[in-house]
Design a protein around this ligand. Sequence first.
Ligand SMILES: Cc1cc2nc3c(=O)[nH]c(=O)nc-3n(C[C@H](O)[C@H](O)[C@H](O)COP(=O)(O)OP(=O)(O)OC[C@H]3O[C@@H](n4cnc5c(N)ncnc54)[C@H](O)[C@@H]3O)c2cc1C
Length: 400
Amino acid sequence: MDMDSAEEIVIVGGGICGLALALALHRKGMRSIILEKSETLRDTGAAIGIRANGWRALDQLGVASELRHKAVTIPRIRDVWIDVGKQEEIPEVGELRCMKRNDLIKILADALPPGTVRFGCQIVSVNMDQENAYPTLRLYDGKSIQAKVLIGCDGSRSIVAEFLGLKTAKPFSLLAVRGLANYPNGHAYPHEFTRMRRGKIMVGRIPITNNLVYWFVLQQSTQSDENLTHDPETIKRSTSNIVSGFPSDVIEMIEGAEVDSLSLTHLRHRAPWDLLLTTFRKGTVTVAGDAMHVMGPFLGQGGSAALEDAVVLARCLGQRIRAEDLSNGGRQILIDEAGEAIDQYVKERRKRVVALSTRTYVTGLLLETRSQLVKFAAIVLLAILFRDPISHTKYDCGRL
Ligand SMILES: Cc1cc2nc3c(=O)[nH]c(=O)nc-3n(C[C@H](O)[C@H](O)[C@H](O)COP(=O)(O)OP(=O)(O)OC[C@H]3O[C@@H](n4cnc5c(N)ncnc54)[C@H](O)[C@@H]3O)c2cc1C
C-alpha cells in the first residue's frame, strides 16, 4: 500500500480522551497527532460531572486550576424518589464540579502544541503492515497514514477497537437527553447534584455556575425511538412531555433549555466480563476512553476514567520509550518497548475499569429492569460489593 505519510504516535479521536492523551504525551516530551473526523472540536452532551478521581488526573495534566475557575463546587448529592416522597442525601462527596464540555475540551486542546489536532480526518479502517508490523490507517478521503504507535480514542463505535477484535458495545434499553438551562438573573437551586426519580424516569440537575444549570433525563427507549429525531426543538418538546409529573421548576428548566445544547443519546456499554477477558493490544495498537470501556452514565465516570487512561498510558509509554527511539525509528526495539508499555497500561487499567463498569452495570440494572428479583439482586450486590457510595472516586491514577 502506498503511504501518504508516516507518523510517530497517532491518536484517533479528539474527544476528551484523545485530547487528554495527546496532552499527557506532550508533558512527557512525546509528540503525537490526533485524527478527528469532525471539522471542529465536538462538545456534544452539554456538560460533564467530574469527581475527585477525574480532578486528580486533570491535576497531573496541568489544567485543573484553570478549569476549577469555570464551575462551582458541588458538596453533596441528593436522591429524591417522587413516587414515595422519599429523599436521601450523600453529604460528603469529595471534589465534584460540573464542567461545560466546551470548557473542558477547549482547555485541553489549547494546551497542545499547534497543529496536533487534524480535523476532518475520518478513519475508515486499520491494517497491520505485513512487512514492518506497523499499523496503517486508511482515511475516508482515500489517503493512508502509517503509525508507529496507534491509540484508538474514537469512542463507543471505535474502528480501532474493531481492528483489535473487540465485540461491539451493547445497547442499554435507555436513552438520555442532555441540555443546559441559562438563568440570566441567577437560579435558585442549591449547589447540589439532585437526582429525581419518578417511575422509570430519572432527571438529574447540577449547577455549573450561579447562572447556568446542566440537566439530563434518563428514560426507557422503545422500538419506536429507533427513528427518533435529533432535531433539538422536537427533543425539547418530547422531553417536556415525559417529565410532566415532575415539579414545575424541572419542567421550566427543560422548556427553557438552550436549543443548541440539546442532544439525545442511546446508551451503550461494554459488559464487565468482556472487559475482564478482552485482549486490548495488537502489536503497537491499543484503545482508551469509551473505545475501551464505554459504560452507562449512572455513576458519571466515563469521562474521568478516560482522563485516568490518558495519564496511565502516557506514563507507561514514557517509562519504556525514549524520544530518540521514536524519531530514529529503531523498529524492532520500538515495537517491543511500545508493546511492553501497552501491556503494562492494560494491566493497570483492567482492574480499575472492570470494577467501575461492574458498579455502573449493577446501578444501571436498577433503572432498567422490570423484574423485582433482578432489582433485589442488584441492591444486595451493591450493598455487598460497593458499600461506600463514593469509593470509586477515591481512586488515584498516580503521577504522570
Ligand atoms: C448521558 C451521558 C452522561 C454522561 N455523564 C458523564 C459525567 O457526568 N461524567 C463523566 O465522567 N462521564 C460522563 N459520561 C461519559 C463521557 O461522556 C464519556 O465517557 C466520554 O465523553 C468519553 O470520551 P472519549 O474521548 O473516549 O469518546 P468520545 O467523546 O466519544 O470522543 C470520540 C471522538 O472520536 C471521534 N471519532 C470517532 N470515530 C472516528 C473515526 N473513525 N475517525 C476519526 N475520529 C473519530 C469522534 O468524532 C469524537 O470526537 C456521560 C455519557 C453519557 C452518554
